[in-house]
Write a protein of this length. Structure first.
Length: 493
């Protein structure tokens, strides 16, 4: 009995741990996703290997040339020296060593040049890591946007179901049209099918995200689809990046490249200076007599003066070029920061306009249209168009939130010096309310990507204000045109 109790006690301790280890859900938030992408990215391993290779190249620099050792035997016939002894020879063994020394400072210059090259590669590796981080941030932001658009689609589907119910009630009461029921039902089915396709697209994106963090089966990963506060900040002041503020790696790389070139030129100049050669030799003849020989040699720089002059001239040109490049880099960086700050300010204004006025007006207009349609006063076209307008503005809000988060990523990119793609970007525009009675617009297909389009902000603001006034009056775009035509006709009369 005691043994059974002991076994049950052990099982009660082990089994929960086993199930806990096999838990199908791994929660990943924004920062954890970024860290895991960097850890599991294959390019990180490649960059590490490149940096290690540069370190081995640094170990090869600044090494003195190996000495040359020679061993030989020399036999000199004496008849050349003493004709009285024609058969005699004078023989001796010789052992010598020769060492060539470069001009003082050459080896140090080679080591400095190797360190400069390694530092340049290290900066390139860090720059690649920042690029991967920014790409991962944009990927997660797009994942959050896709999830929000699906939630908006679900709300749009529910509104379509409400319209369908009202159309059925109107038909039963004899005040509706069978065509309204059929059209509502068809739109409900199409929206349901599109929603299923979008959810499948979301799962595909999650699968890609799972692979990026080293998880082949993303179904076991739960992504916390929320962004940090600095990516959602709608205050007009520019938030600081805090500890995540990246260094201007591009500027550092420009300086490091100049240092590497200058170091290479220094090595080239040093090598054009004379080498110093020393040699020593020990000789011993067969009789046991020893002789010593010491020599010191130097290469006379008769023809290398032009090389040194060219190197000095090139060094000055490189320094001058670096100054111009850094000045141009700083000016373009300030321009990119200014443009991104203005773009962020406009996106915040768009968010506030959508949240405080446009979406509430469109939502209220849809509710009013549904009530009037259920009472037999409004038309199916009016309520359906109101639904599409609300959908469009809700999608615009989600896309504006994405654009706001992208401005934070752009700020990181600019701080790192990667602002080439950030200059002269078009500012995202809000959708203009148009007559949508000619067809059904559903999902992100209706919105596109809210990509930047040509047009002045003044005309955009005027159109938005016109739409807001019209919605407060209960007018749809087609009815706005009719009212405008009536006013124009009355003025002509």
């Amino acid at each position: 009995m005691g043994l059974q109790i002991l076994v049950l006690l052990l099982l009660s301790l082990v089994v929960p741990q086993v199930f806990a280890e096999d838990s199908p859900s791994l929660k990943i938030n924004f920062h954890q996703f970024i860290d895991r992408v960097e850890q599991n990215h294959p390019e990180k391993h490649i960059d590490d290997l490149s940096l290690q290779r540069a370190g081995t190249a640094e170990n090869k620099a600044g090494v003195l040339m190996d000495p040359e050792v020679s061993v030989g035997r020399e036999a000199v016939p004496l008849p050349f020296l003493n004709p009285m002894q024609p058969d005699a020879n004078e023989a001796r063994w010789k052992v010598g060593v020769t060492q060539i020394f470069p001009w003082p400072g050459t080896l140090d210059a080679e080591r400095k040049s190797a360190r400069a090259s390694t530092f340049t590669i290290d900066l390139s590796t860090r720059l690649a890591a920042i690029q991967r981080k920014l790409e991962a941030e944009e990927f997660f932001i797009s994942l959050v946007l896709t999830a929000k658009l699906i939630e908006i689609e679900r709300g749009n589907l529910n509104e379509t179901i409400n319209i369908l119910k009202s159309a059925e009630i109107r038909l039963k009461n004899g005040i509706g049209s069978h065509l309204d029921v059929i059209q509502s039902y068809n739109e409900k089915m199409i929206l349901s099918l599109n929603l299923a396709a979008q959810e499948n697209d979301l799962q595909n994106i999650k699968d890609r995200a799972g692979q990026l963090i080293g998880k082949e089966d993303a179904r076991n990963v739960s992504f916390e689809l929320d962004l940090p506060a600095e990516y959602r900040d709608t205050s007009l002041h520019v938030p600081t990046l805090g500890e995540q503020r990246p260094d201007d790696i591009v500027r550092q790389r420009l300086q490091a490249a100049q240092d590497a070139i200058s170091s290479d030129l220094t090595v080239e100049r040093k090598k054009s200076l004379p080498n110093i050669m020393t040699s020593a030799m020990l000789m011993q003849d067969d009789s046991g007599m020893r002789m010593y020989e010491f020599m010191l040699g130097i290469r006379v720089p008769l023809y290398s003066g032009g090389i040194r002059q060219a190197v000095e001239r090139e060094t000055l040109l490189v320094a001058s070029r670096l100054s111009d490049e850094l000045s141009w880099h700083d000016r373009r960086k300030r321009l990119a920061q200014s443009q991104n700050d203005r773009r962020r300010s406009i996106v915040i204004t768009q968010l506030k306009g959508l949240d405080e006025m446009i979406i509430p007006n469109a939502s209220q207009h849809l509710k009013t249209s549904l009530i009037e349609y259920a009472q037999g006063k409004g038309s199916f076209l009016a309520v359906n168009t109101a639904r599409k307008l609300l959908l469009r503005y809700q999608q615009a809000y989600a896309l504006a939130e994405r654009n706001l988060a992208f401005t934070a990523v752009s700020r990181e990119r600019i701080e790192a010096g990667l602002f080439a793609t950030e200059l002269d970007q078009d500012t995202p525009k809000l959708p203009i309310a148009t007559d949508m009675s000619g067809g059904t617009e559903m999902g992100s297909q209706a919105m596109g990507d809210m990509a930047p389009t040509p047009g002045s902000s003044r005309s955009m603001k005027k159109d938005i204000e016109t739409d807001n006034k019209a919605m407060r009056k209960g007018l749809m775009p087609s009815e706005q045109e009719d009212e405008a035509a009536k006013k124009k006709g009355s003025m002509g009369m």
